[in-house]
Design a protein around this ligand. Structure first.
Ligand SMILES: Nc1ncnc2c1ncn2[C@@H]1O[C@H](COP(=O)(O)OP(=O)(O)OP(=O)(O)O)[C@@H](O)[C@H]1O
Ligand SMILES: [Mg+2]
Length: 274
């Protein structure tokens, strides 16, 4: 784990989010100066309570904000040396970032294979068929499901949503709460597969999670966000050993008992985020 932590500090960032501000409907300020770095080939997690702005951060990166009347009004998003904030989502997919949205947005009245083909919409090579087989090798149970995707179980739909992202052959996948609505056993399985895809395909991952335990088990680095700001960040080891993280994120399985970071010394200390 310490080795992973050291590795992450020396690797160059594939994605840099620099002090971004996001506004919805021209007036609702949701992100207030968010910065984060994702090193190439790594898994980074973004944690935080409901309404903190986690999904908004992912949408600011993928360009999907546009579809919800949202806009990056300050700061920059740099991907592989290029400024991408406020670009069209399709242009961002072509550059290599694919977002798996919260709540697995698969197409229910299409089959598994048709859904997977959709993921490859930007590709013109002849290897789509091979890649479908590759996705089935990660998610064998999807291969057996020949009916409409709408009849898949929750876990299978999440697997299909991730498989569809892999079909785009992206450099980076943004995952919004892959554990949502899944049984503990299935959460474990899905995270193991995500990690395997990261290692074998070299796809960088930025994962938003409420399940801090699971996310920090797999991510080399993590950020914690509250009320539109990053309040804490650190390596896997640092966060797992941080008393505040233990008390508020790891201890109670993310229930109502969790207090706010705002009242803690560690929050005040991190001036660079304020
Ligand atoms: N399209 C939108 N228009 C206006 N406000 C929005 C929009 N989407 C999100 N918000 C607001 O922005 C804030 C952050 O929302 P966001 O969905 O990013 O939070 P989150 O951290 O992903 O929460 P959750 O854990 O519940 O998914 C919330 O107060 C939410 O009401
Ligand atoms: Mg969200």
């Amino acid at each position: 784990m310490a080795a992973a932590a050291e590795r992450i500090e020396t690797k160059p960032s594939i994605l840099s989010v620099n002090n971004i501000e996001v506004v919805y409907d021209e007036v609702i300020l949701v992100l207030r100066g968010v910065s984060l770095e994702v090193p190439e080939g790594e898994i980074v997690t973004l944690l935080g309570p409901n309404g903190a702005g986690k999904s908004t951060t992912l949408k600011a990166i993928s360009g999907l904000l546009k579809t919800e009347r949202g806009e990056v009004t300050r700061g920059s998003v740099n991907f592989m040396g290029e400024e991408i904030s406020n670009r069209d989502p399709e242009a961002i997919v072509r550059r290599g970032i694919f977002q798996v949205m919260e709540g697995r947005r698969i197409i229910g009245d299409m089959t598994v294979i048709e859904n997977l083909r959709l993921g490859a919409f930007t590709r013109r090579d002849g290897q789509v068929r091979d890649d479908i087989e590759r996705v089935f090798s990660y998610f064998p149970r999807l291969k057996e499901r020949t009916g409409l995707a709408g009849y898949l179980s929750g876990g299978e739909q999440q697997m299909l949503a991730i498989g569809r992202a892999v079909m785009a052959r992206p450099k980076m996948i943004l995952l919004d709460e892959p554990s949502m609505g899944l049984s503990p056993l299935l959460v474990k399985e899905v995270f193991n597969i995500i990690h395997k895809i990261n290692r074998e395909q070299g796809i960088t991952m930025l994962i938003v999670e409420q399940n801090a335990n699971m996310a920090l088990h797999h991510a080399g680095y993590g950020y914690i966000m509250e009320s539109g700001k990053i309040v804490l960040d650190g390596t896997q080891t640092e966060l797992l050993n941080n008393q505040d993280v233990k008390d508020f994120y790891l201890g109670h399985g993310g229930g109502e008992e969790r207090k706010s970071f705002k009242n803690l010394k560690s929050y005040k200390r991190r001036k660079r985020w304020l």
